[in-house]
Design a protein around this ligand. Structure first.
Ligand SMILES: Cc1ncc(COP(=O)(O)O)c(C=O)c1O
Length: 393
């Protein structure tokens, strides 16, 4: 395994972060972190847990009360037919849940369908489990959703599973109920498993709905459904996620790995999570509405600010603007890469202090695009637009 990890690719996002540290007064539209803070209910429950000395080992899979609350939430909101809180594992953020799921479900050499563009961390997690990723394009013309005929055409006898991410990172596509019903049919027909990444379940705009694939007939038994507190409760650094896994074999494997990698997730944070779930949930809608306003602010300005070098429709979900770069834009001579999107990222970071991620980092379909995170506060977004105006004048 040690030397095998040498061949597992890492994302350019790390290199970009290093570039950003060299920039004075940067606009951090590169990283997927919201500017809000965690709700007071979360913070108060964390403080109470510290005072109550809840600083000891816990059950590997997580606090029973927390798993009970989450099982109720999955049944009520996501319509996933969870029978027992034992189906849930509490993890160190969504990233940890996705790693456990990849390790538990994949056999080396298995073909796994995944969207293109895709969040690179998932590509890495699957590659680290020995999977052979097979990219299926998302189409900008379809709001960055799959063409389901194309998905069907990519299924071969070697295909074992599919990674479903909706709302999506980086492009913000939200799969419709019809998309997911058709996908569920393909999964049943070809006896596949699913890793469902629902990190952005609460970030959907303009009345779109988030639907969980595990809510379809028979799908909960075949799916590892991943959720996180990071985006819903603006708590990226607290590291709290969860995995719903009914299949007992997969769950035993994932539990073993959870014990090996973490023993249990931070007790203090788990008590905090109970506090936030028992508290008023109106904050989730406040965050969502503010993100929609920030999306609209960014899109209202970006076309004119960048001299129409960037184009694209606002996303239906998640908090990224995934914009096409005008093909006639020519990179400056000092560009270090033949990739247009990488050259544009270097230009915006180096000359405009504007963080962004080149589309090429998310796969071949992403080339000639840039990803900007609009979850930053309004002043930072406006500052980035002003910097673009100065740059493209
Ligand atoms: C698509 C997607 N899935 C999962 C995650 C996991 O987030 P976390 O580990 O903070 O829960 C992220 C974070 O950016 C993401 O973009």
């Amino acid at each position: 395994m040690g030397s095998f990890l040498d061949s597992v690719p890492t994302s350019g996002i790390i290199r970009i972060r290093d570039l950003m540290y060299a920039v004075e007064r940067p606009f951090r539209l590169d990283q997927g972190d919201v500017s809000f803070d965690a709700p007071d209910t979360f913070k108060a429950a964390i403080k109470a847990a510290v005072d109550a000395n809840h600083s000891h080992y816990l059950q590997t899979a997580g606090l029973p009360r927390l798993r009970q609350l989450l099982a109720d939430k999955l049944r009520r909101r996501n319509r996933i037919p969870v029978d027992d809180p034992d189906e849930l594992l509490i993890t160190n953020g969504g990233v940890h849940a996705l790693y456990l799921a990849s390790q538990a479900l994949v056999e080396p050499g298995d073909e796994v369908l995944m969207p293109d563009p895709v969040w690179p961390q998932m590509l890495t997690a699957l590659a680290a489990s020995g999977a052979r990723p097979v990219r299926v394009p998302l189409h900008e013309s379809r709001g960055w959703r799959f063409d389901l005929d194309e998905v069907a055409a990519h299924i071969t006898p070697r295909t074992k599973g599919i990674y479903v991410n909706s709302p999506g990172n980086p492009a913000g596509g939200v799969f419709t109920r019809e998309d997911l019903a058709r996908l569920a049919g393909l999964v049943r027909e070809h006896n596949l498993w699913v890793i469902a990444d629902e990190a952005y379940e609460d970030v959907v705009f303009d009345g779109h709905e988030h639907v969980s694939i595990a809510s379809f007939e028979g799908l909960h038994d075949r799916t590892a459904s991943m959720f996180t507190f990071s985006k819903t409760y603006a708590a990226t650094g607290l590291r709290l996620g969860y995995l719903a896994l009914r299949n007992p074999v997969w769950r035993a494997r994932a539990t073993k790995l959870l014990a090996l990698t973490a023993t249990n997730v931070s007790s203090i944070v788990q008590y905090g999570a109970i506090g936030v779930l028992e508290g008023d949930q109106h904050i989730v809608e406040l965050y969502r509405a503010e993100l929609q306003a920030r999306r609209d602010l960014f899109y209202a300005g970006v076309g004119e600010a960048a001299g129409h070098v960037f184009s694209g429709a606002p996303p239906d979900g998640s908090f990224y603007a995934f914009m096409k770069i005008d093909p006639s834009w020519t990179p400056p001579p000092e560009a270090t890469s033949p990739s247009q999107s990488w050259a544009m990222m270097e230009y915006l970071v180096g000359k405009g202090r504007i963080g962004c991620v080149p589309g090429v980092d998310f796969g071949p379909t992403g080339e000639n695009h840039l990803r900007f995170c609009f979850a930053r506060d309004r002043a930072e977004l406006s500052g980035a637009l002003d910097a673009m105006r100065a740059l493209f004048r």
